[in-house]
Design a protein around this ligand. Structure first.
Ligand SMILES: [Zn+2]
Length: 378
């Protein structure tokens, strides 16, 4: 998890590997790490990277694959004695997952100027520790100012997190669009009461109202086709003690749909479901939008063409895809040409400790990425 002791150790290890490969390492104010291989001209870098943090029960490849493939590509450039006009920079973004500190993609959002630094540093985890204090504690509150300077190109190599590539027998997905994503916090307010002496008819049980909304989401999603997603990822219950009816529940809800208007329709239906649950259970409720990304996002056509061209030369089959998951490249795409390269993960299993890759297939795509990075840096 971001900014924990294991993250600290992992960051130190990654920086050591980068320095051992002859790269200069810098860290910005929000803890994003940049490892640079110089070019021959004073040009903006070609960046390649992803994130090293993971989920509570996450796997080994979501994020780390992209950062370490970047390092391997730079080592390959070193071994070749390759000369590039642009510097090539490996980047590891802070707190992509949002598992400990919200919002997700925090480091790249600050870098791209979409999230103010002071707000990012003030974000707290469940124990009340702030992002800024934890960043200081592990020694990664760097000095490089944010927002950062836009790179000349940004590549992100990431597991697909679904099984479309596997099903279609392709080794590489060129991401051409993104699903709009909306994260919401829904707060239900009722009244505490004794779990024994208070009759059922007199209760204003916030947990029952919230549970009715949670249970309604799968049907809501199904009504909008098989690409719609509606999930509750978290439920905070207060006081959450034996013998007392909960008076306050906060649900974290995550909606995704490839079309903006369908996503808006889903959100409207959610409002009506909340309203009905509140009427039935005598509750109040408020909905707050906590993150939104992916809408109207376009990835760079030229970079996509470079990736496709090298894939063809190297005999790697590609398909164009939409990304359903959020990625740091979403924020980079708002300030620079950006391209996500998807590779298959076994059975589409992800955010799960059994996450796995077929090494030979991923290696073929990594070679395509290496060629594309070299192409863009020359
Ligand atoms: Zn990821």
């Amino acid at each position: 998890l971001a900014l924990t002791d294991p993250d600290w150790l992992m960051r130190d290890t990654f920086c050591m590997w980068c320095r051992d490969s002859g790269l200069s390492v810098t860290v910005d104010r929000v803890g994003n790490i940049f490892a640079r291989r110089q070019g021959t001209e004073d040009l903006r870098p070609v960046m390649v990277g992803s994130h090293l943090d993971t989920q509570v029960a996450g796997g080994r490849y979501d994020g780390a694959l992209g950062v370490l493939t970047g390092l391997e590509i730079v080592r390959w450039l070193q071994d070749q004695g390759a000369v590039t006009r642009h510097p090539v920079e490996i980047v590891s973004w802070s707190n992509e997952e949002g598992a400990r500190f919200r919002p997700p993609m925090l480091g790249s959002a600050v870098f791209a100027g979409a999230l103010p630094l002071d707000r990012a540093l003030a974000t707290t985890d469940d124990a009340g520790m702030s992002f800024g204090a934890e960043l200081e504690r592990i020694g990664y509150a760097g000095v490089v100012p944010v927002p950062g300077a836009a790179p000349s190109a940004y590549f992100e190599f990431h597991i697909e997190q679904d099984d479309i590539l596997e099903q279609r027998g392709a080794d590489l997905g060129v991401v051409t669009s993104a699903f709009p994503v909306r994260g919401m916090a829904i707060r239900f307010e009722g009244e505490t009461a004794h779990a024994g002496s208070t009759p059922m008819s007199r209760r204003r049980d916030a947990l029952v109202g919230a549970a009715e909304v949670v249970a309604a989401l799968p049907t809501l999603a199904e009504r909008h086709g098989d690409q719609a997603r509606a999930s509750t990822t978290r439920m905070d219950v207060w006081p959450g003690c034996t013998g007392i009816i909960p008076s306050e529940v906060v649900l974290t809800v995550d909606f995704r749909h490839p079309q903006d208007d369908a996503l808006a329709e889903m959100t409207g239906q959610l409002d009506r479901i909340i309203q009905r649950a509140c009427e039935r259970r005598g509750l109040g409720a408020t909905t707050e939008s906590v993150w939104e990304f992916g809408s109207g996002l376009a990835f760079d056509r030229e970079l996509a063409a470079v990736v496709r061209r090298w894939a063809q030369r190297l005999g790697v089959e590609t398909i164009d895809m939409a990304s359903v998951a959020g990625h740091d490249a979403y924020w980079l795409a708002t300030i620079a040409p950006a391209q996500i390269v998807f590779v298959p993960c076994v059975g589409g299993v992800t955010h799960n400790e059994h996450e796995d890759i077929d090494y030979a297939r991923v290696l073929r795509s990594a070679n395509v990425l290496a060629a594309a990075v070299l192409d863009a840096a020359r």
